[in-house]
Design a binder for this molecule. Structure first.
Ligand code: GDP
Length: 288
């Protein structure tokens, strides 16, 4: 496996979140719409078992709209679960969140027992951007409230709905190989923890399967049907002048270029996994 990414303090984060979950009514998990399953945290799913959950598929502006729809339906079919597509351009995110949370926990609420919501998500998924957009006027430090970490961020979403940010950071243990590659391609994994060429080749393999028109248009490639990932990477390198002296392709440079283009949405709106693909990858990972 090419991805080695296990930031420290996981046990502490797990303990803090477990403690925090005790008086939480709804758990929001923010996912990357380009890789919903890979960016999810299976540990969180286990810890929040039984609690209503809201999955936010964020950065939907970068994802394939048809695939996002498939994922939303997939999550909505799960028990006690709602799902919303979102991106940083959302005009009234708080209203959308409040409506979904109220629907998930209809018996909570009212000024006596406000609805308490916890938001979780892997680094880079867009959590700070969303929180900042909702908290321009209403950030409240929690101070010494019982059961709440000092200085934990609490955002008043509505008179009777409070949003808490996760204490600490939870990073998923990467169990599905494709999931690791997708996380790396998305930019969620530190540069030192991955082999960019390998990640780009996996990305190209998927794009050759699902996004030939977008790939061809971006790099002005003629006929790439039937070509291998490394052949396409070389073609891109040549087109983009990633060439060393002697005419050899600078594969590392070509790989960086493709990764940056993917992350910035320059290749098009792309999703790196479909629900049925994820299930097959997961099944294979379990058999290994
Ligand atoms: P955090 O680590 O989860 O708090 O992530 P940030 O909020 O810091 O966002 C990580 C990066 O993603 C930043 O460069 C954001 O500008 C970008 N970002 C956040 N939300 C969106 C979105 O909906 N669409 C796009 N295209 N970029 C986003």
């Amino acid at each position: 496996m090419a991805i080695q990414w296990f930031p420290g303090h996981m046990n502490k984060a797990r303990k803090d979140v477990t403690e925090r979950l005790k008086d939480i009514d709804v758990v929001i998990e923010m996912l990357d719409a380009r890789l919903p399953a890979s960016s999810a945290n299976p540990m969180l799913a286990r810890m929040a078992k039984g609690k209503p959950r809201l999955m936010i598929l964020n950065k939907q502006d970068l994802a394939d709209a048809a695939a996002t729809q498939q994922w939303l339906e997939w999550y909505r079919a799960k028990k006690n679960t709602q799902a919303l597509g979102m991106d940083a351009g959302e005009r009234a995110p708080a209203q959308k969140l409040v409506a979904a949370c109220r629907e998930l926990a209809p018996t909570r609420g009212g000024l006596e027992k406000p609805l308490r919501v916890l938001i979780c998500g892997i680094p880079n998924v867009g959590k700070s951007t969303l929180i900042n957009s909702m908290s321009s006027r209403k950030v409240a430090k929690t101070g010494n409230m019982p059961g709440v970490t000092k200085n934990e961020q609490r955002i008043i979403l509505a008179d009777d709905v409070e949003l808490f940010d996760t204490p600490g950071m939870l990073w998923p243990k990467i169990e599905v190989e494709e999931g690791g590659y997708n996380l790396a391609a998305s930019g969620a994994v530190g540069r030192n923890a991955m082999d960019e060429e390998e990640v780009t080749l996996e990305l190209l393999k998927y794009l050759i399967q699902h996004y030939v028109p977008e790939l061809s248009a971006r790099y002005k490639l003629d006929d790439i049907a039937g070509l291998q990932d490394w052949q396409v990477l070389e073609m891109i390198g040549r087109k983009r002048g990633a060439v060393q002296s002697g005419g050899k392709i600078n594969v590392q440079k070509a790989a960086e270029l493709v990764l940056t283009d993917f992350r910035d949405g320059n290749i098009g709106r792309i999703t790196l996994e479909r629900p049925e693909e994820w299930l097959a990858w997961e099944k294979r990972a379990k058999e290994l």
